[in-house]
Each structure stands twice: as C-alpha cells, then as structure tokens.
Write a protein that binds this ligand. Structure first.
Ligand code: CP
Ligand code: NVA
Length: 333
C-alpha cells in the first residue's frame, strides 16, 4: 500500500489508512531522533504555511509554528477574529485566496463542515487542528506516545478513555483505535456516549482490523486490564459555561484518580490526557468551579497527573514531532 502523502489533507481521522497513519508515526520518530541529535535537515525551505485558529490553542499552535519554522517554512498565524472568515467572507472564498499564497493550511474551529469546505476549495493540503467533531492531529501524537511506552504491538494494547464520550477527542480515539486494531474502551454516562454515526463508522473499521470496541457506563468493566487510561476536559471549547454544573454531576464518577488506576489491576498502567487539564486550582476556570462546588480538580486528580504513571508531557511533546511529520509528508519535503 502506498504511503505517499504528498498533496493530501487531514480533515478527519479516516482520511488516513492504517499504513499511512503508521508511516507518519515512523516519520515523526525519525524527525524526533534527528532533532535530538542536533542534525535536523530543513525540508520545507521556501514553503509557506497558514495557521487559522478560530479557537484558542497552546500545543497545536506552538507545534505547527515551531515545527514549520524548524523545517525552514514561513508561517502566518491568524488567531480568533483576525480574518473576515465566517462573518463577512465565506469559507470557500477564503480557501481560494489562501490556496493562492500558501502551500498548506491548518484550521481549528467549530463546525467540521468548515474544515471540509476549506479542504475542498483550497487546492493545497488542509490540516484539521481540531473541530467539534474530530481531533486527528492529536491521534498521531497519542499513538506515538503509546508506542513509546509499550513493548507490545498496538493490536494488543488496551486503551480506556473516560469522560465525555461524544467530544472530538473521544470520537477520534474511537475511530483511530478501531482502524489500528486496539482494544478500545469508552467509559461515559449514557447521555454522553459517542455519536451514533461515529460508533457505526468505528464498528465497520473494527470488523476489518479486528479491533475490540466497548462503550459502557460501567467504569470497573472499562478499566479492567487497561494499559492506558485517557481522559479529556468535561466541557469542551465552544460549549456554554452554564453547562459546567450539569456536566460535573454527570461525570464525577468517571474521574481518573488513584483508586481508578488501582482498579485496572495493572501496576504499569499509564495516564494520558490531550491537555489542557483541570487537575488543580491553578487556572481561572477551575478556581471558579472550586469556589462554587468545593472541588479541587475535575477529570483527573493532581495526584495522578503528577505521578510517574502520567505521560502527558511526553504526549504533549509528541504533538510537535507528529505535526512536523504531517507537514513534511503532505508538503513533500
Ligand atoms: N491538545 C490540544 O489540542 O491542545 P491545545 O488546545 O493547547 O492546542
Ligand atoms: N475536547 C477538548 C480538546 C482540547 C484539546 C476541547 O475541544 O476543548
């Protein structure tokens, strides 16, 4: 199967075959080693990349900007509200203009349809840096991190995601796990189960790959024997702050804490989180919740977040190496 990705976009996880996905992970591994040895070769000299962010970001923005720069490309960052996009100009017209000037475009925003339309009209690779539906660049980093921290083949890895089962990260994990053949469990309250269409897509992929998929509200069943526990924020960007209390009530039983790690029965279990995380009161949002609800953390305790089981900063660093690989492969560096 060809893994030539030149000219290709990454709008949703299923844009990549298993072989293509794994080839990007391998390239990220090589680029990481090259960078660490101090012998990085710039492959994107003379190229230009636009970063359009309609939502805020730390890791994704930094990764695209620094990685493109290290590879010799020019980068233009456009933050929320900094273009005519949406309000005065359509996605299609914006895409056609950007496609004239840039070799690649990253887009983070709400509707998946926006990034799909950018991809349809730009004529250059478009990379989804997160929408309400999918977070595909996150998956590249997550799988690289899992591979770094296990001796077993991916097909034998047990990955359990807990929390909001119908957000972008959960949806992407479900289809990615299904495509790669993992034992993938989602533990969520029934009201926050993954979208039916996404579940159907994942089930079809699992038939082909041999993946085992479990979607359940039974936390004990979900975490039993897990190699990796993964969680995300309980309220995603774009959701109303008024929903916090209802969401907290629904999800408190799905918190990743020491008891949960112990109930996996695996003393080597690792903790993953795409970040940012509500693990202490050091943020404005969490300080307000702490005052209102008397809680010191939400989806993960500080004890677990800071523990040796936590590999979240390896995972965050891998955003950079995998995003670099994505740009190099699709821009043909
Ligand atoms: N994980 C992730 O996408 O982080 P940012 O929102 O900081 O980019
Ligand atoms: N589900 C989260 C992911 C952040 C990286 C959000 O959309 O806010």
């Amino acid at each position: 199967m060809s893994t030539d990705l030149v000219g290709r976009s990454l709008l949703r996880d299923t844009d990549l075959t298993k072989a293509e996905f794994l080839s990007l992970i391998d390239l990220a591994d090589e680029l990481r080693a090259e960078r660490r040895s101090g012998a990085e070769k710039p492959r994107l000299v003379g190229r230009s990349v636009a970063l359009i962010f309609e939502k805020t970001s730390t890791r994704t923005r930094v990764s695209f900007q620094l990685a493109a720069g290290e590879q010799g490309a020019q980068v233009l960052y456009l933050g929320p509200g900094e273009t005519q996009l949406g309000e005065k100009e359509s996605i299609a017209d914006t895409a056609r203009f950007f496609g004239r000037l840039f070799d690649g475009i990253e887009y983070r925003g709400g509707a998946q349809d926006n990034v799909e339309r950018l991809g349809a009209h730009a004529g250059v690779p478009v990379w989804n840096g997160l929408t309400d539906r999918w977070h595909p660049t996150q998956m590249l980093a997550d799988v690289l991190t899992i591979r770094d921290h296990t001796r077993r083949p991916l097909e034998e890895v047990v990955l359990c995601y807990l929390g909001d089962g119908r957000n972008n990260t959960a949806h992407s994990l479900l289809v990615t796990g299904a495509q790669l053949g993992l034992d993938l469990r989602v533990a969520a309250p029934g009201a926050l189960f993954p979208d039916q269409e996404v579940r159907g897509e994942a089930e079809r992929l699992a038939l082909a790959s041999g993946a085992r998929l479990t979607i359940t509200s039974d936390v004990a069943e979900a975490v039993s024997g897990a190699d990796f526990l993964y969680t995300d924020v309980w309220l995603s960007m774009g959701e109303p702050a008024e929903a916090w209390d209802e969401r907290i009530d629904l999800l408190l039983g799905f918190q990743v804490n020491r008891d949960l790690l112990e109930s996996t029965g695996n003393s080597e279990v690792k903790f993953l989180h795409c970040l940012p995380a509500f693990h202490d009161e050091e943020t404005g949002a969490m300080a307000r919740i702490a005052e209102r609800r008397g809680l010191a953390c939400l989806e993960v305790t500080d004890e677990v977040f800071q523990s040796p089981a936590s590999i979240v900063f390896d995972q965050a660093e891998n955003r950079f190496h995998t995003i670099k690989a994505l740009m190099v492969a699709t821009l043909g560096g």
